[in-house]
Design a protein around this ligand. Structure first.
Ligand SMILES: Nc1ncnc2c1ncn2[C@@H]1O[C@H](COP(=O)(O)OP(=O)(O)O)[C@@H](O)[C@H]1O
Ligand SMILES: [Mg+2]
Length: 305
């Protein structure tokens, strides 16, 4: 079992048509045919969207994505048109709304990894490969890879797991030219972001991008546009560089508190079982919020307000 513990109702705004409720974002179409993407404070773990929210999380993710989009703009075009809140929308949409170009999203989670951990580590321990790519011997949890690698995954529905797929499978699905472009772009953007994060004392261990096709481009010459959110704690593993120590699991800026609490006896919940997860205690909510703010402040160098 998995999915939403409580599925949120879309907000009714004159002139907007609700089109999708994602794990975190609600999508609407406006009268001009553009996408209005509203990042909620929802949070997910173990394939569940939890019944508790992390106040301001959607705003932090949106502001951080905007900061990155600008720093990456010379490398790759992005989907952002404006941050204007549509007339008649709730005040709470301020800071969490992006008006975007509606893209034809490619059905691939474009993951770049510069360090070994997570599902990559599991596969490495078994086969000494990650997504079928051979790696040198002797790497441990948290090791830096000799060079960043592209490890695509299929995009799963809410409540399902993303699954790593070999590059050849991506090429088969979307064609070899587009697959090669995705790989090249994913690695270029990852490398730029890794260097920026590093200069701020943060290791970008891995991250996931979603690209779409520019609907106005010539069909013969498809143009990739970076969509969704970018380089947030929800889509990336960030580790503080000063405590990085390969050979153990690293401290992180993501949902570690939430996952640790949910898997502790205190929560009384079995993440392998059939029942939905319980609400988070206030202390876990507050500590998670502080982590999101810390990630924003350390990366951008700006105070969260
Ligand atoms: N520019 C875009 N055009 C169309 N769809 C987009 C665009 N940017 C992001 N999306 C889609 O919007 C959704 C964002 O909501 P999110 O809560 O992150 O969903 P998910 O549960 O799929 O992660 C994703 O399905 C993503 O693929
Ligand atoms: Mg998403």
């Amino acid at each position: 079992m998995s999915g939403f513990v409580e599925k949120p109702e879309p907000v009714q705004v004159p002139g907007l048509v609700h089109i999708h409720t994602g794990k975190v974002r609600d999508l609407y179409r406006n009268a001009s045919g553009n996408l209005v993407m509203v990042a909620s404070d929802r949070t997910s773990a173990y394939d569940w969207v939890l019944p508790s929210e992390i106040p301001d999380k959607g705003r932090i993710l949106t502001q951080l994505s905007l900061w990155w989009f600008e720093l990456l703009a010379d490398l790759v075009p992005n989907h952002v048109l404006s941050t204007e809140v549509p007339a008649g929308a709730p005040d709470d949409w301020q800071g969490r709304t992006l008006v975007c170009r509606s893209l034809e999203m490619l059905p691939v989670e474009c993951v770049a990894r510069g360090y070994l951990t997570g599902s990559g580590l599991v596969e490495y321990a078994r086969d000494r490969t990650v997504c079928g790519l051979a790696l040198p011997e002797g790497l441990v949890d948290g090791s830096e890879l000799p060079a960043p690698i592209f490890t695509p995954a299929t995009k799963a529905e809410v409540g399902e797991h993303d699954e790593n797929v070999p590059y050849e499978e991506v090429a088969r699905r979307i064609g070899p030219d587009l697959a090669a472009q995705l790989r090249q772009m994913t690695l270029a953007v990852y490398s730029r972001a890794r260097d920026i994060a590093r200069s701020r004392g943060i290791i970008l261990a891995d991250t996931k991008f979603e690209f779409g096709l520019d609907p106005d481009a010539d069909k013969e010459e498809p143009r990739l546009v970076l969509g969704d959110e970018v380089l947030t704690p929800d889509s990336s593993r960030f580790w503080p560089a000063d405590s990085w120590e390969p050979g153990r699991s690293q401290l992180s800026f993501d949902k570690q508190f939430v996952r640790d609490w949910l898997s502790s006896p205190e929560s009384g919940w079995d993440h392998r079982g059939e029942l939905p997860p319980p609400p988070l205690p206030d202390e876990i909510v507050e500590r998670s919020r502080a982590k999101y703010i810390e990630a924003y402040e350390r990366l951008t160098g700006l105070p969260w307000s």
